[in-house]
Ligand binder design. Structure first.
Ligand code: GRF
Length: 214
């Protein structure tokens, strides 16, 4: 059984690249398409290079958020997606969209959620004097950056870190945990139900599975 994955991007797509690089012939995960709301997203080139179908759906061509999300649902469903992965997709999604994909919509966020929802997470971690920072993969619910956590990677904050050096360390960790979560889902090991995230039939803690990189 293959698990058809559609990846949504807006930019560089380094997480998309990590997902592509993690695909093996015997993996049930198959990236059916990459959809971007921006025609100039570099991730589209990464997908094309890997022989993956790409599609651009420009949000500016739609009257409002509902119309765009409706068209996005149509585009995704045309690929019969089992799993939708947000990989730097810089759009706030409507409740209708999120509900349509309940339990099969994943996002990655560059902080140890529930800390630092929203933007500028690395700068905020530095300003707070945190000694640890990281990234989180979660199922998407209507609360922005708020859905049940699947896996987190913890990285150290060094005394001489800038937002850029810290971002680089977090990015490397993102590239580890996003493929992990995709393969868990594709292998049927990861589910979301009313109790929370289940991995191999066990309820995960509220933090999701925690991976320490040091
Ligand atoms: C990542 O930092 C991710 O956590 C956030 O958007 C960024 C996407 O980066 N959601 P890339 O396009 O995958 O390089």
């Amino acid at each position: 059984m293959t698990c058809k994955v559609v990846v949504l991007i807006s930019g560089s797509g380094s997480n998309l690249q990590a997902l592509i690089d993690s695909l093996q012939a015997d993996s049930p995960a198959q990236i059916s398409a990459v959809i971007s709301n921006r025609a100039d997203a570099f991730g589209l080139q990464r997908a094309a290079k890997a022989g993956i179908t790409t599609q651009v759906l420009d949000h500016k061509a739609f009257a409002d958020r509902e119309a765009f999300d409706g068209a996005l649902i149509e585009a995704i469903d045309a690929y019969q997606a089992d799993l939708v992965i947000l990989a730097g997709f810089m759009r706030i999604l409507t409740l209708g969209f999120v509900t349509h994909y309940t339990g099969r919509l994943l996002n990655i966020h560059p902080s140890l959620l529930p800390k630092y929802k929203g933007l500028h997470t690395h700068q905020r971690a530095l300003e707070a004097g945190d000694t640890e920072h990281g990234c989180s993969v979660h199922f998407v619910t209507e609360e922005l950056d708020g859905g049940p956590l699947v896996v987190q990677a913890v990285v150290p904050v060094m005394a001489d870190d800038t937002a850029d050096t810290l971002a680089e360390r977090v990015h490397a960790a993102e590239h580890q945990i996003y493929p992990l979560a995709m393969h868990w889902f594709a292998q049927g090991r990861l589910q979301l139900d009313e109790r929370g995230c289940q991995l191999d039939g066990q309820l995960l803690p509220a933090s999701g599975q925690v991976i320490r990189t040091f």
